[in-house]
Write a protein that binds this ligand. Sequence first.
Ligand code: FPP
Length: 244
Amino acid sequence: MRLKEKILNGYIPAHLAIIMDGNGRWAKKRHLPRTFGHKKGSENLKDIAIACNDLGIKALSVYAFSTENWNRPKDEIEFLMALPSEFEETFKGQFEKHDIRVIFSGRRDRFNAKVIDLINRVEEKTQDRQGLILNICFDYGGQYELTRATQLIAKKVKNGTLSPDAIDTSVIENHLYTKELPPLDLLIRTSGEQRISNFLLWQIAYSEFIFTKTYWPAFNEKKLYKAIKQFQKRTRRFGGLKEE
Ligand code: FPP
């Protein structure tokens, strides 16, 4: 049986997250500019999103630009800021065909007007689609997300619409960017680094982690299937005991 059919017989993660790391090193190894690595990485995101949709994964959250990535050289930031628009122009037909919805998680106060327009337009245009939800985390940081949720909740307490005693985990979850997405089953980080780097800090509470040495532009469908196979072999206990 082919690997894809094999994994389809098991539990397919409802929500997968990927830290798409190693674009720069992938390019450097080929004596190409770092930006070429990001371009390849963006093309790979299209392929992996379609592969996830085919498997029946409900949500794919990807780390495309962190709240700390503003510290990179100006040229590289400009290139990364232009990626969502290029991504839309290049792949919109294919995403429409696969009924893929796109949402963005992250700060909205540090982008130029062009990026904001693009984000709003893409979210609105794809909002009724029923396939995979591709959650592009862009100017995203887990600590910022929790700070923002705290502010939103504090405002409700202040205006009397929420009692402090009513604040529980589900209230917090409802103020996160991921409020519409299923619990995070699996987080994959490419490129050999074994860090979380401020990604989905709340959501990883009970998710499985897979770290692979492959650089993001080379992380293809087959490697995705292999990672899911590895995930399916794990026994998840969610703090309880293993069932006999
Ligand atoms: C990390 O590699 C990657 C990024 C900071 C950017 C990731 C972005 C994409 C894959 C494209 C996103 C697409 C859209 C639609 C926004 P790195 O540069 O840190 O690589 P290195 O560690 O090898 O230097």
